[in-house]
Design a protein around this ligand. Structure first.
Ligand SMILES: NC(=O)c1ccc[n+]([C@@H]2O[C@H](COP(=O)([O-])OP(=O)(O)OC[C@H]3O[C@@H](n4cnc5c(N)ncnc54)[C@H](OP(=O)(O)O)[C@@H]3O)[C@@H](O)[C@H]2O)c1
Length: 215
């Protein structure tokens, strides 16, 4: 599968590398220093391509959006048409100090970052995933916690896009948990705030992950 990465920082780099190692064709894009992207990608996934967000959008059947909330509009505008593409977003509207959501609680209850992204690119099939997953775990040798496999929640309104996302989650070493429609992102993004703060306050950051238990 061709995967276009928009946002080649902690999350974009880590998942792009994993998916490249799994045999997918990956194109990395979007940096304030685009000339540095090739060297960066050479160090993690030499067979991968680099390009502009517009090239990533054209190249990928799947687009992974991994930019800070403040850069979302700019990144999507640079990407251009995402008509029919599966757009996986891990973006949470966290404040820079992770102390809360920039949208504020009232706005947050009305709309999530993922739904806002879906409004900005209405012909893309938007799925939220990985927003509770620390990049440090994705970057480490293994995503396993002993014999345990951590969970990744995903949500969206298009079943085919959710299927593709679930497969990519599994290939990344996680259990994929379908959390429902895209509006569930309101809850997942809120949980991301609590999760980050809790991990930091307890001193467990970054070697923690969420796991759904069943019986
Ligand atoms: N880090 C995590 O563990 C984690 C976990 C779950 C979800 N998330 C979410 O994933 C998204 C990306 O997080 P990240 O940690 O990967 O971020 P990051 O390391 O800061 O990467 C951000 C990417 O966006 C690019 N960018 C372009 N314009 C930018 C601008 N004006 N301001 C900042 N960056 C700009 C950066 O390029 P240059 O820096 O090269 O310019 C970089 O490629 C965020 O929405 C975050 O909430 C992060």
């Amino acid at each position: 599968m061709n995967i276009g990465i928009i946002g080649s920082g902690n999350m974009g780099r880590a998942l792009g590398k994993i998916w490249s190692n799994k045999g997918h064709k990956v194109l990395f894009s979007y940096s304030r220093e685009p000339n540095n992207l090739r060297a960066l990608v050479d160090s993690i996934a030499p067979s991968a391509l680099v390009g502009t967000p517009a090239e990533a959008a054209q190249f990928g059947e799947v687009i992974f959006l991994a930019v800070p909330w403040v850069a979302v509009e700019d990144a999507l505008s640079a990407a251009g048409s995402l008509d029919g593409k599966v757009l996986i977003t891990c973006v949470s509207p966290l404040k820079p100090d992770f102390e809360g959501l920039t949208t504020g609680i009232t706005a947050f209850l009305e709309i999530s970052a993922a739904e806002t992204i879906a409004q900005l690119v209405p012909t893309a099939k938007v799925v939220e995933a990985f927003n509770l997953t620390f990049a440090e775990i994705l970057e480490s040798e293994s995503r396993q916690f002993g014999s345990e496999q951590a969970s990744v929640f995903y949500c969206g309104d298009d079943e085919q896009a959710k299927y593709v996302t679930a497969e990519l989650i599994k290939e990344s070493g996680y259990e994929a948990i379908d959390a429902g429609p895209l509006k569930t992102a309101r809850t997942l993004e809120s949980l991301a705030t609590i999760w980050v703060q809790m991990a930091v306050v307890t001193g467990m950051f970054p070697n923690v992950a969420l796991k759904v238990l069943r019986r």
